[in-house]
Structure formats: C-alpha cells, structure tokens
Design a protein around this ligand. Structure first.
Ligand SMILES: *Cc1c(COP(=O)(O)O)cnc(C)c1O
Length: 357
C-alpha cells in the first residue's frame, strides 16, 4: 500500500533527493568512490559545498553582505551560538513554543533576557501580537514556525534591533525578505535534507561586536572564513541538501512551493473545520502553520482518537500522531509532500466521519 509520510522530522524528502543521494553513496562524481569516503577537501566535494551556498543565495535571493554556512550540532546548538556571537547586555525573545523556550534558556545564561510576549497561557496555540521590541536589546529572536504546536509567523516583521530567526521547519516554504534578518538558522531535517547539517545565513556586519572569547566552533566567523570547511562538514547531508535545492529550482522555486503549500494546507484545514469529529488546535487562520497542521478530536469524541489513528494507519498514513505535549494529530505538509497525500488524508477523515459520527 502507498505510504503517506506526515512525519514532523526527520521527514519526507523528494524522491529525486533520495535517488540522487543513493547513487552518490555508490559512486560519486566519477571518482569511483562513495560520497561518504572522499575527502571533504577533494575538488569534487568542494564543488558540492560551493553549489550548496550558491543555491541558497539564488533561491532565497540573499543580498550581498550575507554569508551562508553549513555546520553540525543541529538547530539546538544555534540556541547557544546566537548569544555567544551577539549578546552584549540584553536580548529580546518571543516565546511561541518548546523550541523558543529552549533558545531562551540558553540566552539566559548570558544575562538579561526580555521575553516580550508568550503564548504559553494557551498551550502555544496562537502567535502573540501587539508587543513591543525593546530598542536597547542586542537582538530579537523569533521561531517562525512552531513545529510542535502548528503556529507560524508567515511574514517578515520589522524590528528596530537585529532580527534572528529559527526557520528550521519553514525555510524554503515561502519567499523570505532576507534583508530584514541578521541571522536565520535551522536544522535541515524538516524541509531540506537528512539530519546532520544545520544552515545559518549570517549578515556579516553583525559579527565581531561581542567582547568575549567565543569557542572556535561556536564562532560564526570561523565557518564563514573557512567556507564551512574549518572542520569536516556533514558531507552526506550537504550532498542531499544540494539535491533537494536543485529539485526545488526545477519545480518553480520557492514561489511555486509556496503556492502548493497554501493549497495543501487549505485542503486539510478546510476538512478539519468541516468535519464534525475534529477541530484544529489553532483557531486563527493567520496563525495557522502551512507546514505542521495540528488537530484533535472534538469534545465528546475523544474516545475516537485511537480508532482514528488505527484507521488512518491502515490507510497508509504515517507519522500523524501529535507531539506528546499537544496530543491528537499532527500532519506535516513539507515541500516534498505531494498533494495526493493530503487528499488521501482528507478522504480518510471523511470515511471515518461517515462510519462514526
Ligand atoms: C526540530 C526543531 C529544532 C531542533 O532541531 P535539532 O536540529 O534537532 O537541534 C529547533 N527549532 C525548530 C523550530 C524545530 O522544528
């Protein structure tokens, strides 16, 4: 039976990425060797790293004055790397979920952190509005897509201080005005590549201002100066990322992805809103994520949670269990997820309603 992969991360990748990466695991760029067993300093792999940086720049229209780096450590290491590089006296953070909280915790060990607003009062089911960003903060940190709670900041905000964004789960899902950000970072395993590589897009002139020793590996400048080759980069993940980015480019680029993502998410939210058994955990359309769609059984139907999960599994739906802190269901609809998978889930929900309502 066809499997529909709704995992939140690691998550679905384009067939193209998997095919091309599998080929290169066997033989890479005419070397007669696997991509896993050639030097990262070989001309063949250096070309891959160069291509990764160029594709980021082209697809995201990254302006001059920014660098793109690829490192290990996951987005979670960036939670510390950001304050190491930018924190002087005070930082501002928006608390929109579990990942924001982890970022805040790391920053707090550097000094004063102003949490300008939080949606924790309602289990992070909305994006706070009407807060002000302190003008004396060294930077303002946001999580644009809250993978666990299904909320998303789908626009590029104005900030009076350098804006830093964790875009782990929505990078390449919509066009981004990079010039509004000082740093954008993310783990690759949601929308780009297998786990192992973390990207950071860094505005060069933001660096070099914090007066502290920054551990070499946590210093953005180290990786910028060495073209992400200061130490051994996660070669296989970088190779796979290049394949995904080429697939994206050949399929209309980010504007086309965004169009499809809006269509896919619309199909699923419409069904959740229509179906008498389910409700969305995020009420406001504006705040609803296009990447991670969370829903639960309506009041009075909670006992149908497990039966729906079993029915959906028997129809080939994989990875729709909600995060343990939210419960219910979460369907992740990343770039590589075909619209057919969303249609199959919608049909499953409709059939389940017919036999249970
Ligand atoms: C998954 C995720 C992280 C954690 O990423 P790791 O690479 O596992 O450290 C951080 N932020 C967001 C928004 C995520 O979705």
């Amino acid at each position: 039976m066809k499997k529909h992969n709704f995992y939140a991360g690691p998550s679905i990748l384009p067939e193209y990425t998997i095919e091309k990466t599998a080929e290169a695991v066997r033989e890479f760029a005419g070397t007669g060797l696997s991509v896993m067993e050639v030097s990262h300093r070989s001309k063949e792999f250096v070309a891959v790293m160069d291509e990764a940086q160029q594709l980021f720049k082209d697809l995201l229209n990254i302006p001059d004055g920014y660098s793109v780096i690829f490192v290990g450590g996951g987005a979670s290491t960036q939670f510390a790397m950001v304050p190491f590089n930018l924190f002087k006296k005070k930082a501002a953070y928006l608390n929109t979920g579990a990942w924001s909280k982890k970022a805040i915790k790391e920053a707090q060990s550097f000094g004063e952190v102003d949490v300008v607003a939080s949606s924790e009062d309602k289990l992070f089911n909305y994006i706070p509005k009407n807060y002000s960003i302190p003008e004396d903060a060294d930077y303002f940190h946001i999580t644009t897509n809250n993978t666990i709670y299904g909320t998303e900041i789908k626009y590029d905000m104005d900030s009076p201080v350098p804006l830093v964004a964790d875009m782990s789960s929505d990078i390449f899902s919509r066009p981004v005005d990079i010039s509004k950000y000082a740093i954008i970072y993310g783990g690759a395993q949601k929308n780009l590549a297998p786990a192992g590589v973390t990207f950071a897009i860094v505005k060069n002139d933001i660096l070099g201002k914090a007066e502290r020793y920054i551990p070499t590996m946590l210093n953005y400048q180290t990786h910028i100066d060495k073209g992400s080759m200061f130490n051994t980069p996660p070669v296989l993940s970088v190779f796979a990322a290049v394949q995904t980015l080429n697939w994206l480019k050949d399929n209309g680029g980010i504007p086309e992805m965004q169009k499809t993502n809006i269509h896919k998410a619309g199909l699923l939210y419409d069904e959740i809103d229509r179906n008498s058994l389910f409700r969305s955990t995020v009420e406001s359309d504006e705040d609803r994520s296009l990447m991670n769609i969370c829903f639960v059984m309506k009041d009075g139907f909670q006992e149908l949670e497990k039966p729906f999960f079993d029915f959906a599994s028997s129809n080939g739906m994989i990875g729709i269990k909600g995060h343990r802190s939210v419960g219910g269901f979460r369907a992740s609809t990343y770039n590589a997820l075909p619209v057919e998978s969303v249609q199959a889930l919608v049909k499953t929900m409709q059939e389940f309603e017919k036999s249970n309502a």
